[in-house]
Design a protein around this ligand. Structure first.
Ligand code: TXA
Ligand code: MG
Length: 334
C-alpha cells in the first residue's frame, strides 16, 4: 500500500460479523474532509467495502474509476445520508420506491431512479438513471452525515476491488487490492468485517413496477410485500456491470456442484464433509454465514494458490439465490 495511506480505524473485528465503531468522531470528520477535498476514502458498508469519492467532483470520480480499473461508461451508486436527500438526485420517486426506501433504508438495497441535473453523466454512465442507497453500517452513516454537514450531497462508491474481481469484505482486503494505488490524503476506514458479505440488491424503479437487476439480502419476497415485481429479466438497456456474465471472480477457477479432488478448494455448508486432501475454505452453518464468508473464502483460495475451488451451492430462495448468482458469474468462463 502507499506509504501515506493509513487505516483510520484500529481493532479488527475478526470473526465477529457485527460492525464495530472503533473510530473517533475526529477520525470520521477527517475522512469527511478528505472527501470534500477530492480524496478517495474506502469505507465499510454492511454489504461490502466501498471506494468512496464526492459524487459531484468529476476529477475525484475519474481517479476512483482509474484506481478501480472500471470502464468510464459504467455507472456508480451514490450513497446518501437520508431519504430526504433522494430529491437532490432523483426527479421521480414512484410510490412503491418510496415505500421500499422507507422500509429497507438504511440497508442493502439500491434503487435506480430517474435523475435530476444533480446526477451528472460521470456518475450515471451517461444514462438518465441514478443509483441511490443509504448503507446501514454505522461508520458509513456517520461519514455520510459529516460529509453532508460539509456541503456534500452524496458519496459515489463502487465496491473497493479492481473491476471484475471479488468484492472486499474487510479493510485488509481493500488494502491488498487497491492500497498501492492510493496516494497521500486518501484513507481506508476499518469497520471490521461486513455483516452481509454480498452486494446490495439493485431494483430498477423507473417503470410502473419494480424490476430486480441484482439479487441481494433484500429478497424478492421482501420486495413483493410492498409491490408486485415486474417479471421481466435484466433490462438490456441499463448497464449493470454486476450483471456481466463473468464478474466477482478470483484467479482460481470456480467450479460448482461436483465432488472436489485432492488439492482443490471447497466451499460448502458445514453439513458437507471435507474429503481427504481437499482444502476446506469455508464451512458456514447457515445461508447468512455462507454469504458473509464467501468472498473471504474465494480470496483464501487465491492466497493458497489453488487452481480450482469447488462450491456447493446453497438451495432455496432469498440470500441463497444471491449466492448462486454470484458464484455462477464467478464460475463463468471468459
Ligand atoms: O452493496 C453495494 O451495492 C456496494 C456498496 C459499496 O454499496 N456497491 C457496489 O457497487 O456493489 P458496484 O459499483 O460494485 O456495483 C453496483 C452496480 C454496478 O453493476 C452498476 O453498474 C450498477 O450497480 N449501477 C449503479 N448505478 C447505476 C445506474 N445509474 N444505472 C444502472 N446501474 C447502476
Ligand atoms: Mg462491484
Amino acid at each position: 500500500m502507499g506509504a501515506d495511506c493509513k487505516s483510520a480505524g484500529s481493532a479488527f473485528s475478526g470473526s465477529n460479523p457485527l460492525p464495530t465503531t472503533n473510530m473517533s468522531n475526529l477520525e470520521i470528520e477527517t475522512a469527511a474532509r478528505a472527501l470534500s477535498a477530492g480524496a478517495v476514502v474506502a469505507f465499510p458498508t454492511e454489504t461490502v467495502y466501498g471506494l468512496g469519492v464526492d459524487a459531484e467532483n468529476p476529477e475525484a470520480v475519474a481517479r476512483m474509476y482509474a484506481i478501480k480499473g472500471r470502464p468510464a461508461n459504467h455507472p456508480v451508486i451514490v450513497h446518501i445520508a437520508a431519504v430526504k436527500d433522494v430529491s437532490y438526485w432523483a426527479s421521480e420517486l414512484p410510490e412503491y420506491a418510496k415505500q421500499l426506501a422507507e422500509r429497507f433504508w438504511p440497508g442493502p438495497l439500491t434503487l435506480l431512479l430517474r435523475r435530476t441535473h444533480g446526477a451528472k453523466d460521470f456518475i450515471t454512465g451517461n444514462q438518465e438513471i441514478v443509483g441511490l442507497r443509504i448503507p446501514a453500517h454505522p461508520m458509513a452513516l456517520e461519514l455520510l452525515i459529516k460529509f453532508r454537514e460539509l456541503g456534500g450531497h452524496g458519496i459515489a462508491a463502487p465496491s473497493a476491488n479492481r473491476f471484475g474481481a471479488v468484492s472486499p469484505t474487510s479493510a485488509a482486503h481493500v488494502k491488498s487490492d487497491i492500497g498501492s494505488l492510493l496516494k497521500d490524503g486518501d484513507l481506508i476506514l476499518d469497520g471490521g468485517e461486513c455483516a452481509v458479505g454480498v452486494e446490495s440488491t439493485i431494483v430498477d424503479c423507473t417503470h410502473s413496477l419494480p424490476r430486480i437487476l441484482r439479487l441481494g439480502a433484500i429478497t424478492e419476497a421482501m420486495i413483493s410485500e410492498i409491490s408486485p415485481i415486474d417479471p421481466d429479466e435484466v433490462l438490456a438497456e441499463i448497464r449493470v456491470s454486476g450483471s456481466l456474465s463473468r464478474h466477482y471472480s478470483p484467479r482460481a477457477r470456480v467450479v460448482v456442484d461436483r465432488d472436489p479432488l485432492a488439492g482443490e478448494g471447497l466451499i460448502a455448508l458445514a453439513e458437507i464433509a471435507t474429503p481427504i486432501g481437499v482444502h476446506r475454505l469455508a464451512e458456514p452453518r447457515t445461508v447468512e454465514e455462507f454469504a458473509r464468508s464467501l468472498y473471504s473464502a474465494l480470496r483464501a483460495a487465491d492466497a493458497a494458490q489453488l487452481k480450482i475451488v469447488v462450491v456447493n451451492l446453497p438451495s432455496g430462495e432469498g440470500l441463497a439465490a444471491a449466492i448462486r448468482d454470484r458464484i455462477t458469474r464467478a464460475s463463468a468462463i471468459g
